[in-house]
Design a protein around this ligand. Structure first.
Ligand code: URP
Ligand code: ZN
Ligand code: ZN
Length: 538
């Protein structure tokens, strides 16, 4: 959707409280419900939109990660209250016919950057437009990365509370750690115990801005372990990347292809292996974000074989694209594919798909971080200035279905696992999220495997004017998205309310921490130390 259309929607929203606005587009419609939310306040209670009511999804195949079954799903006040065949209801209940469709948990995207300040600019999708796009693609929750402000985690959290106040779907936060001192250590505890954050991310690249050294990484991992929080890494050797970039510029390679050439897979593998070994040394679980290469994936495979708790997250771009477009003679076409780690040459994508289907990698994110063509053009003379990031929050569910299920690589239950349930489990919000079970939030999609999708930047819902998946077609279509009991996407029409999204606090000590203390105890008992010495006469 055009940026101007979303802006005017927003302005109308501000000017016309308690009114309802609708806007026709060439192929989609977006209706912005106003006066129905209370701002989706974090930590407080949110008024549920007035349209929230009783809902029956009839005649579909309900798919959870653990099984699929023919059943109806009955929802009241945003919560699933019954999952069984032949549910009978009265006239006051809205009934959706799901015959011939899959009824699945809405997607959860573990990796997004909405409204993110990055490389001297701000990502164009904010918590409204990015989430609206997500809902149109069947994703009903995402976890975004909060950056500290002036070194303070609390200030960063408060800044993101504000950014997220326009949310139209549920969301959680990871927190980025950019330096180390006593106050960071103390604030990490506050984030976990009072603010619902159970994961901290460390950038091993972006030298001079986000990058931390091994000393910070080690201290951070230790603190994560003591708090029951998951350590996450962007794994590339930032010093070597810096050197690689210099090399390219010295050779006169200043275009987007220089981005890929300056940071080859070996640098991703080195940092992945290093983070894995440090996490093993500390004995704490590790989550590696955006695994883009065979080389990094193999480091994860090796560690997992030894029993180490390492989670590997591929992103859609790494699974379905290759780096060929970075050599396109048109700068804007090439620059839109610039992200880090880079999209790799053909072959890595298929290997990552295989790793996902065999359980070496566990869940799929997007790293949705969108910049429009004019922002990408900041790097016209120097690839180092191209803002890094691609879209995907709207496309993930369709592309994963088409690439993984339609191709026969995984089952429908596996699809639910890698797009939703595993994320909910890892970040300790299962079965509230990631499941169609009695008591779960009613975040549900109705998916037609016999329909089809086509991706087009003119009809997508992101604010960006490009789409790295432009022209992709495939089988399967999210026909209906239900966000905590509200039908927000149906008949290619979005009905979203700014402020209706809720912050989902994520408690510490998820399942990855099970047994950690036993491994610690085993290690200590293996020391055969301290040795009680006597001093022999000399
Ligand atoms: O290129 C990327 N990945 N942009 C977003 C920031 C990050 O590294 O995750
Ligand atoms: Zn990253
Ligand atoms: Zn990212």
């Amino acid at each position: 959707m055009a940026i101007s259309q979303i802006i005017s929607l927003f302005l109308l929203h501000l000017l016309l409280p308690l009114a309802s606005i609708s806007l026709s587009q060439s192929s989609h419609q977006l209706i912005c419900e106003v006066g129905t939310g209370n701002g989706g306040s974090i930590g407080g209670t949110s008024l549920l939109p007035a349209s929230l009511s009783k809902l029956l999804i009839k005649g579909g195949t309900v798919v959870n990660a653990h099984r699929q079954e023919r059943a109806d799903v009955y929802v009241e006040d945003g919560i699933i209250v019954a999952v069984k065949p032949n549910i009978k209801v009265g006239d006051e209940v809205t009934v959706l016919d799901a015959t011939g469709r899959y009824v699945m948990p809405g997607g959860i995207d573990p990796h997004t950057h909405l409204d993110a300040e990055f490389m001297g600019t701000v990502a164009v999708d904010d918590f409204f437009s990015g989430q609206a796009a997500a809902l149109a693609g069947g994703t009903t929750m995402h976890i975004d990365f909060v950056h500290p402000v002036n070194g303070s985690l609390m200030s960063g959290f408060e800044a993101y509370e504000k950014k997220a106040s326009k949310s139209c779907m549920d969301y959680g936060f990871h927190m980025v750690i950019r330096h180390w001192d006593e106050s960071v250590s103390k604030e990490m505890e506050i984030m976990v115990k009072e603010k619902g954050i159970n994961s901290f991310k460390f950038f091993m690249a972006y030298k001079g801005t986000f990058m931390v050294d091994d000393a910070v990484l080690l201290r951070g991992m230790k603190r994560c372990k003591s708090l029951g929080a998951l350590a996450m890494v962007h794994a590339e050797n930032g010093d070597a990347v810096f050197e690689g970039q210099k090399r390219m510029i010295e050779r006169g390679i200043t275009g987007p292809e220089g981005h890929a050439l300056s940071r080859p897979p070996m640098l991703e593998a080195e940092a992945t292996g290093r983070a894995i070994r440090l996490a093993s040394f500390v004995n704490t679980p590790l989550y590696v974000v955006h695994v883009m290469s065979i080389d990094a994936m193999e480091e994860i495979a090796k560690a997992r074989k030894t029993g180490q708790k390492v989670i590997g997250e591929p992103v859609v771009s790494g699974l379905v694209l290759d780096d060929s477009k970075l050599w396109d003679p048109d700068f804007i076409t090439a620059a839109k594919y610039v992200m880090s780690p880079p999209i790799r040459e053909s072959g890595h994508n298929k290997a990552l798909q295989a790793a996902l289907s065999t359980g070496v990698l566990q869940l799929v994110g997007t790293d949705h971080c969108t910049f429009n063509s004019s922002q990408k053009a900041f790097g016209i003379d120097d690839f180092r200035k191209i803002p890094n990031g691609v879209n995907g929050i709207e496309e993930r569910m369709h592309l994963v279905w088409d690439t993984m299920v339609e191709s026969g690589q995984i089952s429908v239950t596996d699809f639910v696992r890698i797009t939703s349930t595993e994320c909910a489990r890892i970040f300790n919000i299962y079965p509230r999220k990631g499941a169609i079970l009695v008591g779960s939030d009613a975040d549900i999609i109705i998916f037609n495997p016999n329909s089809s999708f086509e991706i087009n930047p003119r009809s997508h819902h992101s604010r960006t004017n490009t789409n790295v998946y432009e022209g992709r077609k495939g089988k399967g279509k999210v026909e209906v998205t239900i966000s905590r009991g509200r039908i927000v996407w149906k008949d290619d029409e979005l009905k979203v309310a700014p402020g209706s999204g809720k912050y989902i606090p994520m408690p510490p000590f998820g399942f990855l921490f099970d047994g950690i203390e036993k491994i610690d105890a085993k290690l200590v008992s293996s020391f055969k130390a301290p040795v009680h010495r006597f001093k022999s006469d000399v």
